[in-house]
Design a protein around this ligand. Structure first.
Ligand code: GDP
Length: 436
């Protein structure tokens, strides 16, 4: 519970082993006792006390740690409600932390990112944002603009001093510098997107080429942690594997697994569909057989895409080679492997890392934007910079220039939540889960 009356409500339902006045209990302490409904013991619990402003929400807070289980939890919750507590909305605790000024909007948003992180690197990016990495960068940029803005205000308020020329130069210089920084941030979004959503990866190949063997081989590796996430539609399960900390989101693995059933193949049409939606295609061929027509159709499909060609079953007598023109026409990423005997699989991982320049995503030093809202605002700010530059080039009066510069400041302020509207705030926090 969080809020003004939370200790009052707590006192009505919690009987500590050692009775103390609430004023005498320090924040950051834990007390042992029982949750009681009249004479009945509901559960044996530990209660943590947080005193304002030193809490997650900056309000008085208490956390009841019960043994858990649906019935007991429900009873405790109902008791709290009975004595005046209100059920929190999704994300309400974090929202209060934001509204009370303990964290800014980017930090609040990163709470969801940390919770939903599917890979090590994504979690790190979230934590970095939670610690205020992005806010700091944005406020540095804003300061740079404000420093110049002061001179502009002087020029507007005291036109008799004729400082306009100097200021124009100064403004241009500042705008260039700010734009470079924003451009770098905006570009980092591509990497951020990979971290957040995973590289959409399709494994295609004709029946018996070795798709499911490869999949099983990858899944068996320690580093490949499969996480199942509910997809956008209720009945799709999205499967992620982790390669060197980067999530690959596998497309249609169910199709691969079930291919052995009634219909003994995933048709070419289906492969086309899958390939269309993929960031990365792993096309697998049976190297112990000559290229079939179906193989050739697959090569046709994957032309011009980001693709790794795997010639599988090299433990058998090899009829296909990575030097073959059929493959070299399509990509330089061709590898000979045996899914069954675990030959060449490590090289496949290395190739994926190389293709997406994953090693260049340096979470420790670079700020990575993972949130589309931030990206859009940064993009808008960059457009406003362009507009401002044009007004200067067109020799517009300085007060007009000032209006445009304020627009840039506003867009940047929206990122950290300075000027943001209530609708936007509500939308952001509605994505949270209860109790966060
Ligand atoms: P899919 O239809 O593309 O999913 O192919 P599977 O993975 O089911 O493999 C088809 C057959 O090829 C199975 O009997 C596998 O054991 C076999 N196979 C897969 N990879 C290899 C390999 O590297 N070497 C050999 N000798 N057989 C393999």
């Amino acid at each position: 519970m969080s809020g003004k009356n939370c200790f009052e409500i707590l006192e009505k339902i919690f009987q500590p082993k050692k009775q103390e006045k609430i004023e005498d209990i320090k924040g950051y302490t834990i007390k042992y006792g029982h949750i009681m409904e009249k004479e009945t013991v509901i559960d044996e619990v530990l209660v943590s006390y947080f005193k304002e402003p030193m809490s997650y929400t900056t309000e008085n807070m208490c956390e009841i740690n019960s043994h858990g289980g649906n019935i007991v939890m429900k009873n405790i919750l109902e008791l709290c409600l009975k004595y005046g507590a209100q059920l929190a909305e999704p994300g309400e605790f974090t929202k209060r932390a934001f509204l009370n000024g303990r964290i800014d909007l980017t930090q609040a948003e990163s709470v969801i990112d940390v919770i939903h992180a599917k890979s090590e690197k994504e979690a790190q990016a979230g934590i970095k944002q939670l610690e205020g990495g992005l806010s700091e960068e944005i406020s540095k940029i804003k300061q740079e603009i404000l420093d110049v803005m002061v001179n502009i205000e002087v020029a507007i308020d005291y036109p008799e001093y004729d400082v306009e020329d100097v200021t124009n130069q100064e403004i241009m210089h500042m705008l260039d510098s700010v734009e470079t920084k924003l451009e770098k941030l905006e570009k980092s979004f591509d990497n951020g997107k990979i971290l957040k959503e995973g590289i959409k990866t399709a494994i295609i190949g004709k029946p018996n080429a070795g798709k499911s063997s490869l999949l099983n081989r990858i899944l068996k590796e320690d580093r490949a942690i499969v996480t199942e996430f509910e997809g956008t539609t209720r009945d799709t399960i999205e499967e992620y594997i982790n390669i060197n900390g980067i999530p690959l989101k596998l497309i249609d693995t169910a199709g691969i697994r079930n291919a052995k059933d009634a219909v003994e193949k995933i048709g070419i049409q289906k492969s086309k569909e899958i390939a269309k939606n993929a960031d990365l295609i792993i096309a697998i061929f049976d190297a112990s057989k000559q290229l079939s027509n179906e193989d050739k159709e697959i090569l046709e499909i994957i032309k011009g895409k980001k693709v790794i060609i795997l010639l599988n079953k090299i433990d058998l007598k090899q009829k296909l080679h990575k030097e073959d023109a059929d493959f070299k026409e399509v990509t330089t990423s061709i590898m000979e492997i045996s899914a069954l005997n675990n030959i060449g699989i490590d090289e496949v991982y290395k190739e994926i890392t190389k293709l997406f320049e994953i090693n260049e995503i340096n979470i420790d030093n670079d700020l990575v934007i993972t949130n589309i809202r931030h990206k859009n605002l940064i993009h808008q700010a960059r457009q406003s910079i362009q507009k401002t530059k044009n007004t200067i080039k067109e020799k517009m009066p300085i007060d007009i220039v000032a209006v445009y510069i304020k627009e840039i400041l506003e867009e940047l302020g929206n990122i950290t939540g300075e000027f943001v509207t209530e609708d936007i705030i509500n939308e952001i926090f509605s994505k949270f889960c209860l109790g966060k």
